[in-house]
Design a protein. Structure first.
Length: 490
């Protein structure tokens, strides 16, 4: 499923470079601006290198030792600015460069673990290194095969009982993001809703996760008029997938609901051509929910999770939903369609009703819901809105440490006014062009009964414009590490 990069732990302290040179061809080393090279590296490298390298944030230089070992120095910037995510970014650079070597290692000096804490440092470096080395070359005839087969984490004096689980955590967090990135990068002609279902079954096959698929007929009998309306213009059938991971017999499950529009053309309210191709990634929410369930089950987390993937395509055709149509959602509410491009909320409406009927609590939905989210926040944060402050606070906190930042936006009552309909209970969009992320979340709230709920709008961070740190140009797979981080923190 993944390129197998065997991760290992080495407790060598680096003092004797000739010993290191036997086991490794390239070892990465992180440096803060105020710190010189560790003594052993100073001795092993040409003198001027240590002086020339300023260690500004995510700069790097390669040095060659007399013993034949390459030392890759990666800058962390100022010591006082060092955070978990800045280390992850630096590790991303290291991982990307080290994948070109056959026997690479990453040296984690004691001062790093002192600065950031023993329990996170190795996890974060592993995670960042794997994330940065991600390559999507599925459709390239000329594939760049990574040279590395393994990666060693060099942690002087570490005990394996403590550090191996951290390596494993970092690995699963990165692999979860790989899953989400790969699904989001796959074109919509290959990743149709049914192909998404097949992929989910495949990656969950060996894990204790129940996969229940609701097809059109079943959805119709359950009254999912809102969900089904979006896919009616497409020749690709729509599906709702319920993933059940229940290690604890009697506990309530955390509900994770993901928007899985495998292609969003806008439908009859068709989008302009420019950038439309990126709407192949309008299923990133569902991908990150799937990746989270995969990750939780892979790690054997003792928390029940109900994952709901709402998979469909939004296409124009003679059968497509029209502006002006009125549909009935599973909870009985009627919706007047104002804009068929506001389709995400239509599929989430019924998926959220389903999560409530299943008694999941709390519920977190994740969706590439509004372009307005990127207008508000740029690509530095996702939006989070909801009815439960402790839940939102937890997501903001995990967002900060994971680097998948979320910023709270308001959910005032007044946002509902914008979606009044003359003929139905509610309209699916407001045409004022104001507060798009907030009004969309307000719409979703109408489909939640009294239970803690948070909505994460990931549209702003769906894509990485360029390769930098652990980000790789293309679809970001955002959300998987945020949700998995939340599950691990519960
Ligand atoms: N999938 C889009 C939102 C989106 C835009 C995601 C850009 C990622 C990048 C969503 O379905 C959409 O089209 N939203 C509309 C809502 C509007 C019609 C009320 C939008 O944002 O314009
Ligand atoms: Mn849309
Ligand atoms: Zn969409």
């Amino acid at each position: 499923m993944f390129p197998s990069i065997a991760l290992s732990l080495d407790t060598h302290n680096g003092e004797d470079v000739s010993v290191l040179a036997v086991a490794y061809d390239c070892v990465a080393l992180f440096l803060c601006e105020e710190e010189g090279l560790p003594l052993w590296a100073q001795r092993a490298l040409p003198a001027q290198l240590g002086l020339d390298f300023k260690a500004t944030f995510i700069t790097q230089v390669m040095g060659y030792t007399a013993a034949g070992l390459r030392l890759l120095l990666v800058g962390l910037g100022k010591k006082e600015s060092l955070t978990e995510d800045r280390l992850r970014q630096a590790a991303g650079i290291a991982g990307r460069l080290l994948s070109d070597y056959e026997k690479p290692g990453i040296f984690i000096a004691k001062n790093l673990t002192i600065a950031l804490g023993d329990s996170v440092t190795v996890k974060v470096v592993t995670e960042g290194a794997l994330l940065g080395s991600y390559v999507f070359d599925r459709y390239k005839s000329d594939k760049k095969t990574a040279a590395w087969k393994g990666l060693a984490l060099l942690v002087p004096g570490a005990t394996s009982e403590v550090v191996l689980p951290q390596i494993r955590h970092g690995e699963v967090l990165a692999h979860a993001t790989w899953i989400s990135r790969t699904l989001a990068n796959m074109p919509a002609n290959e990743l149709t809703p049914i192909a998404f279902v097949a992929y989910a079954r495949k990656i969950l096959a060996e894990l204790p996760v129940g996969v229940e698929v609701i097809d059109r007929e079943k959805a119709l009998s359950m009254g999912m008029g809102s969900f089904l309306s979006v896919g009616q213009g497409s020749s690709q059938p729509a599906y709702i997938v319920m993933l059940r991971y229940s290690p604890q017999a009697k506990e309530t499950a955390l509900g994770l609901v993901g928007k899985g529009v495998t292609f969003d053309s806008g439908g009859i309210s068709i989008k302009p051509g420019k950038g439309m191709k990126d709407m192949k990634a309008d299923m990133t929410g569902a991908a990150s929910v799937l990746a989270t369930v995969w990750g939780a089950a892979s790690l054997g987390v003792q928390k029940n999770i109900l994952g709901i993937l709402a998979l469909t395509e939004n296409m124009p055709s003679g059968n497509a939903l029209r502006p002006g149509d009125v549909i009935t959602a599973m909870n009985g509410k009627t919706i007047e369609i104002v804009n068929t491009d506001a389709e995400g909320r239509l599929i989430l409406a019924d998926a959220l009703t389903l999560a409530c009927r299943e008694e999941a609590s709390p519920i977190i939905d994740m969706a590439t819901l509004t372009g307005a989210c990127g207008v508000a926040l740029g690509d530095l944060a996702c939006g989070v809105l909801g009815n439960n402050q402790p839940l939102i606070d937890a997501l903001v906190r995990i967002g900060e440490s994971s680097g998948e930042r979320v910023w709270q936006l308001p959910l005032y009552e007044g946002y509902l006014d914008a979606m009044k309909s003359d003929i139905a209970d509610i309209a699916n969009a407001n045409e004022t062009g104001k507060g798009g992320t907030c009004t969309a979340a307000k719409f979703l709230e109408q489909f939640i009964d009294d239970r803690p709920w948070a909505h994460v709008d990931i549209a702003s961070m769906m894509m990485s414009e360029k390769t930098s740190g652990y980000a790789v140009k293309g679809m970001s797979g955002v959300g998987a590490r945020l949700l998995l981080g939340y599950v691990l923190s519960m």
